[in-house]
Design a protein around this ligand. Structure first.
Ligand SMILES: NC(=O)c1ccc[n+]([C@@H]2O[C@H](COP(=O)([O-])OP(=O)(O)OC[C@H]3O[C@@H](n4cnc5c(N)ncnc54)[C@H](OP(=O)(O)O)[C@@H]3O)[C@@H](O)[C@H]2O)c1
Length: 265
């Protein structure tokens, strides 16, 4: 589908695997010029090569941890032009997930690390790209959250807490900057087949005394469509939200969950 995104430039973080890699591939297929990020140079280079093979266009890679000041400064240097503004049109803000567990499992240190990973990375990345978007009167801010913002997941208290905060941040930014042609939305995956889900199934199997395969079946059974999602199904939504066709969608949190959320809206 041609979403008329050719000529746009995107920063996709957490892009060496899973949902971020799928989003990078989908945007590249739409002709978007990409800067992709993750912490592992090897995995990120592999993803860049896969994208180049499919689209003949090689993304620029920035190896950096978005949960750290050094990592964010490195990203800032790679996207800032000579006038001190970024020329990024589309931000897909994404990282790996925090550890699973309940409140008493986590020290203050782990709470702080998870805030850096999920919440601070989102607003600090936004700070890097927003002024350039305002100047060009066009921008797309897209934040990866989770279905946990619709209904908290019992063993994911860190995710439940900080993704709700990202949702509130996104909603406020969407209201404040709509006048500049900038939209801000959250995408909320349900259980989707990535490395993260494999790890989650192993952790839950240990706790429940069952097998990861049984846990995977349970994930699938929660969705109305009775399967887990494919990363490219979330990526298709992100590409649409990045396009002009989605100009009237802002401040929304949209689930891609196969119908696992049973609420009305
Ligand atoms: N899959 C699901 O079912 C599901 C459902 C709801 C929400 N989510 C959330 O969606 C997000 C993405 O999920 P996923 O399944 O794609 O996870 P994943 O398979 O673990 O991939 C995470 C990606 O983020 C990168 N990354 C991790 N920490 C980073 C950091 N500090 N700075 C930069 N890059 C970082 C990883 O690469 P490097 O290791 O190279 O850094 C990898 O490319 C996670 O936050 C997850 O909790 C996932």
């Amino acid at each position: 589908m041609d979403l008329h995104l050719k000529g746009k430039k995107a920063l996709v973080t957490g892009a060496s695997a899973g949902l971020g890699a799928a989003v990078a591939m989908e945007l590249a297929r739409e002709g978007v010029t990409l800067i992709i990020n993750s912490r592992s140079e090897e995995r990120l280079s592999e993803t860049a090569q896969k994208i180049e093979k499919v689209t003949s266009s090689k993304p620029k890679i920035v190896v950096a941890d978005v949960a750290t000041i050094d990592g964010l400064e490195k990203i800032a240097r790679s996207i800032t032009n000579s006038r001190g503004k970024s020329d990024i049109d589309i931000l897909f803000s994404n990282t790996g997930g925090p550890p699973t567990g309940q409140f008493l499992n986590f020290s203050d240190e782990v709470w702080d690390e998870s805030a850096d990973l999920l919440l601070k990375s989102a607003y600090k990345l936004t700070r890097l790209v927003l002024n350039g978007m305002i100047e060009r009167r066009w921008g797309r801010l897209i934040y990866l959250t989770s279905i946990s913002v619709l209904q908290p997941v019992d063993d994911l208290i860190l995710s439940n807490t900080y993704r709700a905060a990202v949702t509130a941040f996104c909603k406020t930014v969407s209201n404040n900057y709509a006048q500049f042609g900038i939209t801000a939305n959250c995408v909320c995956p349900g259980y989707t087949a990535t490395e993260r889900l494999t790890n989650l199934s192993k952790k839950r199997a240990e706790v429940a005394g069952t097998t990861p395969e049984e846990i995977m079946k349970d994930f699938a059974s929660k969705a109305a469509v009775k399967r887990v999602g494919k990363p490219e199904e979330l990526a298709a939504l992100v590409a649409f939200l990045a396009s002009d066709r989605a100009a009237f969608i802002t401040g929304s949190s949209i689930a891609v969950d196969g119908g696992s959320n049973r609420a009305l809206i």
